[in-house]
Design a protein around this ligand. Sequence first.
Ligand SMILES: *[C@@H]1O[C@H](CO)[C@@H](O)[C@H](O)[C@H]1NC(C)=O
Ligand SMILES: *[C@@H]1O[C@H](CO)[C@@H](O)[C@H](O)[C@H]1NC(C)=O
Length: 383
Amino acid sequence: MATSSPMVLSMLLLASLTALLVLAPRLSPPPAAAVAAAGEEASPAAGAGAGVNGAGSNGAAEGVWGVGVGEEADDLRLFRRAALEAAAAEDAKAGPPKVAFLFLTNSDLTFAPLWERFFAGNEARLTVYVHADPAARLRLPATPSFRGRFVAAKPTRRADASLIAASRRLLAAALLDDPANAYFALLSQHCAPLHSFQRLYAALFPPPIPTGHRQNHRQPRPPSYIEVLTGEPQMPSRYVARGETAMLPEVPYDRFRIGSQFFTLARRHAVLVVRERRLWRKFRVPCLPEMAQDLCYPEEHYFPTLLDMADPAGVARYTLTRVNWTDSVAGHPHTYTAPEVTPRLIAELRESNHTHPHMFARKFAPDCLGPLMAIADTVIFKD
Ligand SMILES: *[C@@H]1O[C@H](CO)[C@@H](O)[C@H](O)[C@H]1NC(C)=O
Ligand SMILES: *[C@@H]1O[C@H](CO)[C@@H](O)[C@H](O)[C@H]1NC(C)=O
């Protein structure tokens, strides 16, 4: 009918706009800077919350006023779009749920061959995303699972909020890329798997509880595996790293939390993170210069504080990623080297006091690749 055609037209227009938005290419190719260039060693630090950033040097000031300060328009657009589309995709039944592996790195993904073996045969149930610091000199060519999986990245540094921003970018990219992504595991180039993919998948997606045994006739919601601690000795000084009252009123001291930077988030929490702005605005405020050296690790506070405020019953309060803080130096955990990698170490690192064993561990030095590969099939992927 003639009278309805303007309506039809505008519907069509709306539909095609939506399609454009939804179908637009999601993943950018690896940043040229990151794949080109050889020569000098990539600066350590940032990516993994690791690497010694010249303790005692005055390099701290640069970090303090560094890249986490502003929130540029492109990031804001990305987070908004991810939150919107994720909500729209909530009902889309899209095959088996997937685990999104989010690699935050500022140097080569040395353990890619080990991850390839971990991924092999499970491609339908996983996706991979990499946020590589544009200043990093990646010299190793990307292996198949990592090829073309680099998201638009910005510089990351220790001691400012750039690691939070990078993690949010990874979450947003993964939410936009595939509605089947149901869990989001943040990892670094120093992380290694401790179990097979099947074992991880079975832990994340247990079979549904039979109707008769459910409470309230509802399936329990999948938890996020994130460490949430309180009462740690360093917390009072970490809380005032931006000034005595800087976190108020959004984050009173008794709501402030600490936890490991590396987590595995359930989808609803990934959406919560990219949608969230109130706390993010607080945590991206730079630390005071005198605090920056040892007390500024916003990436260890933002996620546990936010999730414990928003959904305390929905978080497992522990992380699937084992780290060894014994004898830590300048905020760096123990870094395992090749001679330490033994079947016994893998068994020890898996141990946990919780529902699931640890599924990943860090930090491993690059020379661990050989020994890890040597025991991959006989130990690591043998559950
Ligand atoms: C943790 O690191 C310390 C050295 O800092 C080492 O002695 C210990 O064996 C490590 N623990 C595990 C479980 O690897
Ligand atoms: C488990 O708990 C015990 C007792 O608190 C502790 O000594 C041990 O280190 C814990 N193990 C792990 C793997 O966290």
